[in-house]
Write a protein that binds this ligand. Sequence first.
Ligand SMILES: Cc1cc2nc3c(=O)[nH]c(=O)nc-3n(C[C@H](O)[C@H](O)[C@H](O)COP(=O)(O)OP(=O)(O)OC[C@H]3O[C@@H](n4cnc5c(N)ncnc54)[C@H](O)[C@@H]3O)c2cc1C
Length: 457
Amino acid sequence: MSVKTVAVVGAGWSGLAAAVSACEAGHRVSVFEASRSLGGRARGLLDNDLYAAVGKSVPMDNGQHILIGAYRQTLEIMRTVGIDPDEVLLRHPLRLQFPEGDGIALPDWPAPWNFLAGVLLAKGWSWSDKWSLLGTVRKWKRKGFQCESFATVADLFAGINTEVVDSLLTPLCISALNTPPNAASGSVFLHVLKETLAASTNSSSSHTNARPSDLLLPTVDLSTLFPNAAADWLRDNGASVHLGVRCEAPRWSTGKWLILDQAFDAVIWATSAPHAIQALSDYSLTAPTNVATYLNRWLKPARAIPYQAIATVYAYAPGLQLPQPMLALRSSPQAPAQFVFDRGQLGGPEGVLAFVVSASQGSREELQAQVLAQAHIQLEEFLNGQTLTALQTVVEKQATFSCTPRLVRPPQRIAPGFLACGDYIYAPFPATLEGAVRSGMMAALALEDMDGFHWKP
Ligand SMILES: Cc1cc2nc3c(=O)[nH]c(=O)nc-3n(C[C@H](O)[C@H](O)[C@H](O)COP(=O)(O)OP(=O)(O)OC[C@H]3O[C@@H](n4cnc5c(N)ncnc54)[C@H](O)[C@@H]3O)c2cc1C
């Protein structure tokens, strides 16, 4: 291996994973991040002005996140930078239960027995509901969890009773793919099920006791969960991390790539797709023809990516406690939240809830009002007559790509010595932390074979 100077642009989870992996491989790494905080779309919010409302500081994130035991590389890289996942993630066997207790809760057993028992003991489903699910999952398994590339998730649900679709599969699809079942990719959904429900414990990380299907809920803010420790680890290992530095697209100059007038052997571009498109489109207008050809080839699929929003509504009622840290909610266009998290049970102050609206639509104010109304109806028995007050609502308009059938993802290589990473690059996953981390690690690996990757006329 030859030691290279590498610039990583963007310090979200993918950029930091790429930087840590490249640094571990012995390269000289510089990270540039436009914002003053680390973590990108999975970050703690630095300034929140909620002390007065709640009486203590309220750690919040740009959006409530869930990790699962199948996030092998994420859990591994957390360990690398000195974070013990068991200390910062609350592990629980998968359960999707509603406030009244209906739904599914897997026992802490190995697969497939946990899923089988979870379905047979699920509350609120008839025997016909349960058989319809088990029969269909058996069919998916027989086909190796594969389907036609054009199939939507809704197509896969044919033959499963409505109660199971509404109370389990639709919330699973929306939370995992952030795309409604009638528009979501069947093959990505089946891949997620294969990696979680159907995977044996052996295939979960060797660094944790978690089973692949376990829920891992952060008990610290998202920047503390990995990004801050990754930046400290990078500095301790000789890399530089520059915050508040927005980069324009690198410029090609006599065998090197220039970032802010500094020459690098390679660049890993780790911003979100919309930011990458903006920077590369600008440069493609002035770049030498051969460089512009590479940029335009990469830009074509990138420009075709559709997006979905996610909103998180933080609300507060003194002393409020839910029966579990996470509950599913009955959602509809007028009651848009699919899940609620009790942040008091996740390291935050008692009484603070986070409501998640995946694939959200409408304005911030509208969503907030709808979610509060939904909460007062569906969480009535826990509120004891109290009123929930909204603390803050964060809407991430381009939270994730819309995970539609046959979506063409842009490739990892933009041009010789110029690589892309991010949740939108890595193919078998939807937009997730694990997809982002794996894509970052793969970009770092690709630095090794750059010598065989020459300019073509
Ligand atoms: C509200 C919300 C909820 C989510 N929930 C979940 C969940 O429960 N589970 C899950 O696994 N995933 C979830 N995701 C998805 C997950 O957060 C993303 O897939 C992941 O964070 C993407 O990381 P990334 O590094 O690819 O991109 P980003 O996080 O977008 O990182 C890109 C970075 O590049 C920086 N940047 C941009 N332009 C420049 C420039 N010109 N120069 C320098 N820096 C620049 C940005 O500031 C940013 O820090 C959620 C996302 C959102 C928004």
